[in-house]
Design a protein around this ligand. Structure first.
Ligand SMILES: Nc1ncnc2c1ncn2[C@@H]1O[C@H](COP(=O)(O)OP(=O)(O)OP(=O)(O)O)[C@@H](O)[C@H]1O
Ligand SMILES: [Mg+2]
Length: 336
């Protein structure tokens, strides 16, 4: 079965082709980072307009490169939400139009399910599992007994982990998106020069809080002589990353113990973080749990994960009508 995937929930326009016989045939991403960099974050209206300009040419390019036409496909999978509503609408309307024109089945995908199932593009899933979803808009711990069933175990009370990386990177004068910059700078950081809090550390619930971290970094950074030296930025980055990764690991393994699962996974853009991947791998090995991090290319937004999730649903006989709506917010556990 060949499934075309479309992803436009935020600032990446992405299309992919997943073939159930051979895997991901193509995964094209047109990034809008340069467009939004100047504003220090994503401007929703600019994102929608850029998707509108880029999406159809990207679909044409993919079909051309793969030497297939729409008639050779078996389905269209498109992100229905959550995300920026204007950006989602561009992808969803395009997906519906392509499906209607070529008489193909259509399936809407929850973006977070896409991030979770991206793990299956790296190796076969070991289930049941506990998944730490860490992205620009989400930080939550999900129990997955099987593909298509998700139970939310807990999440952030304020900012997402990706937001914490991006906002503090901005305070340090690093470009957008800040997560990869902090990851890069932290490698040169000298431990111990700064100390940041681990909020809610003794809370028995599976909860995160990152908003206080931004304030703690600002208080420290405001007192430092300007301009900030590279070493200072590296030292702050190191301690900030440690604080975020400590909280994430603590909750992931707390949930794994509670649910007695044999496997843990990471999902979403922040799972590209080198320190997080290393710390989770270390602890999983110590506890004898299965863990394999998703390939970096499938951590941030991409349509391969949407095409794959689409194949799972189409294969199980699920279809959506052309009445399918996009949604800015909806928990994964209450979707479908
Ligand atoms: N190496 C890294 N270290 C830390 N954070 C990273 C790294 N690479 C990417 N990120 C962060 O990942 C986030 C982007 O992830 P993703 O594309 O999944 O988010 P999103 O799609 O905007 O949000 P959501 O998936 O919740 O809708 C950004 O906040 C970015 O800074
Ligand atoms: Mg995402």
């Amino acid at each position: 079965m060949k499934v075309l995937g479309i992803e436009t929930s935020c600032d990446d326009t992405s299309v992919a082709l997943y073939d159930s016989d051979s895997g991901v045939a193509e995964n094209l991403v047109s990034s809008q980072v340069d467009l939004h960099d100047h504003f220090g974050g994503v401007v929703p209206e600019l994102a929608s307009r850029a998707h509108l300009v880029n999406l159809l040419p990207l679909v044409d390019y993919l079909l051309e490169r793969q030497k297939v036409t729409l008639k050779d496909l078996d389905g269209v999978a498109v992100t229905a939400g959550p995300g920026l509503i204007g950006a989602l609408l561009v992808g969803l309307s395009t997906g519906k139009a392509l499906a209607a024109a070529a008489d193909l089945p259509l399936v809407g995908i929850h973006h977070i399910e896409g991030h979770i199932l991206a793990n299956a593009l790296t190796s076969d899933l070991v289930l049941p599992a506990v998944v730490l979803v860490v992205s620009g808009g989400h930080t939550e711990v999900v129990y997955m007994p099987e593909v298509g069933r998700y139970e939310l175990l807990g999440g952030t009370l304020d900012d997402a982990a990706g937001e914490a990386f991006d906002k503090t990177a901005k305070l340090l004068g690093l470009p957008y998106p800040g997560g990869p910059q902090i990851d890069r700078m932290a490698k040169k950081g000298i431990p111990g020069r700064f100390k940041f809090p681990r909020p809610l550390k003794n809370d028995p619930r599976i909860v995160f809080s990152f908003s206080g971290l931004k304030t703690a970094v600002r208080v420290v950074v405001d007192d430092l002589p300007r301009p900030l030296s590279d070493q200072t930025v590296a030292d702050v980055s190191y301690e900030l990353q440690e604080a975020i990764v400590d909280s994430l690991c603590h909750r992931l393994f707390q949930a794994a113990r509670r649910k007695h699962v044999p496997a843990v996974y990471l999902a979403g853009g922040v799972s590209a973080n080198g320190r997080l991947r290393a710390r989770v791998a270390e602890e999983a090995m110590r506890l004898n749990l299965h863990f394999r991090p998703p390939e970096p290319v499938y951590c941030t937004d991409n349509a391969a994960m949407i095409a794959y999730a689409g194949w799972c649903h189409l294969d199980a006989g699920r279809r959506d009508s052309l009445d399918l709506d996009s949604f800015p917010r909806k928990p994964l556990s209450s979707w479908r």
